[in-house]
Design a protein around this ligand. Structure first.
Ligand SMILES: [Zn+2]
Length: 394
């Protein structure tokens, strides 16, 4: 059944502005096993940490952090955010933090744990440490939190006052995550180019030009290194891909500001979260959303560069295991009504899909959503190698 949460209340406008840039964490410690040596850095921020993790990572966080914190005379408390970064869990966690008299918040886990920890710290005006346990998102880096309903439907995002005070990127810890999380992270990170080049590719602003160019570099790194990295977890090339998904993707979002963040790929993701699309993770839905966006550019603008980019991505997705269509997302049997609900949410008046340089109506979006693997019509598709790089790069 589609989630019938009021469409009117979703999508609070992000208040990001280039007047207040939040580019990167104050400090990043990265390396294999660095968590064990991070106590002194955390100590600079507080001595009464509240550690926020998910139900499944709570025990791991205790096991990992206990030896680190035992070296200090700290009063540590642990709490789970539950299943989603939702308003109810945020209220509960703020209360827990206040009762514990926490002076620093530590987020430990995937994107939702980190988003929750950042938001609790933001609202209580406390410093925050992010410790990602997978390469699935850039949430450890950014000054942005996504808020979901209790059932996991995307509601809105919140622009935070600053990026995390400390990011601890421990490759050993990330290597314990299922491979699928990194594959999803690659999908989320590669979206930066396809979205930023559309929303901001013609910008004359120094920092936005720089962010779009970095997004292109990020895409190239991922296209070149992902397949090798996934075959060799823990290797140098694998670490480079982790740096790309966790760090570089986040810094691009910070440098480009709200204008440079998302277009149709994330709008489609947001729509899918409302139709029980919970069998797939964020970056998987976003990766599929890139194909939908390219298909729209192809169908509505006759954009042949978008057509060739889509064919290039389909090959790349097949190689590393990203979803190419609704069936791969576990949504192969959804009803027309479900598809319409997802499209309606994605086309909400506040949605970032309207950053596309042309108007999209529901029937067109639905058509694009069911034809992401369609062959190109063969006309003028001669530039299969360089995606959109030749004429659209700034
Ligand atoms: Zn994303």
């Amino acid at each position: 059944m589609p989630n019938q949460f009021s469409i009117k209340t979703v999508f609070t406008e992000t208040s990001g502005s280039l007047l207040t840039l939040t580019v990167a964490p104050t400090k990043i410690i990265r390396g294999a096993g660095v968590l064990q040596t991070a106590a002194a850095e955390i100590n600079l921020l507080g001595i009464r940490p509240l550690i926020i993790a998910g139900n499944s990572t709570l025990a791991i966080s205790q096991k990992c952090l206990q030896p680190v914190l035992a070296k200090q005379n700290w009063q540590m408390a642990l709490a789970s955010y539950g299943v989603n970064c939702c308003e109810a869990s945020l209220q509960g966690l703020k209360k827990t933090a206040e009762e514990h008299q926490a002076d620093v918040i530590i987020g430990f886990g995937g994107g939702k744990a980190l988003d929750t920890a950042k938001l609790v710290a933001h609202e209580l005006r406390l410093p925050v440490v992010t410790i990602p346990t997978s390469g699935a998102t850039c949430a450890a880096t950014t000054a942005l939190s996504n808020v979901y309903s209790e059932s996991g439907a995307f509601l809105y995002d919140v622009a935070l006052s600053r990026c995390p005070d400390l990011l601890i990127l421990d490759y050993d810890l990330i290597q314990t995550a299922p491979q699928r999380t990194l594959v999803a992270g690659i999908g989320d990170a590669i979206a930066k180019w396809y979205e930023a080049s559309v929303s901001s590719g013609n910008s004359q602003q120094t920092l936005i030009i720089s962010a779009v160019q970095q997004a292109r570099v990020l895409r190239d790194i991922l296209l070149q290194k992902s397949a090798t990295a996934l075959k060799k977890p823990g290797s140098k090339v694998w670490q480079e891909v982790i740096d790309a998904t966790v760090l570089l993707a986040g810094v691009i979002g910070g440098l480009g500001g709200a204008q440079c963040r998302t277009v149709a790929a994330h709008a489609v993701h947001n729509g899918l979260t409302h139709i029980s699309g919970h069998g797939s993770i964020h970056g998987e839905k976003v990766a599929y959303g890139i194909l939908v966006q390219l298909r729209l550019e192809e169908m509505l603008q006759s954009n042949q560069l978008a057509a060739s980019a889509r064919q290039q991505l389909l090959k790349f997705y097949a190689e590393i295991g990203l979803p190419q269509n609704l069936k791969h997302l576990g949504l192969g049997n959804i009803t027309l009504g479900d598809l319409q609900t997802a499209a309606e949410i994605a086309l909400n008046p506040q949605s970032d899909i309207h950053r596309l340089p042309f108007k999209v109506v529901m029937e067109q979006l639905m058509a694009a959503m069911v034809s992401t693997t369609a062959p190109t019509d063969g006309r003028d598709v001669t530039n299969r190698v360089s995606t959109r790089g030749m004429s659209e790069e700034v």
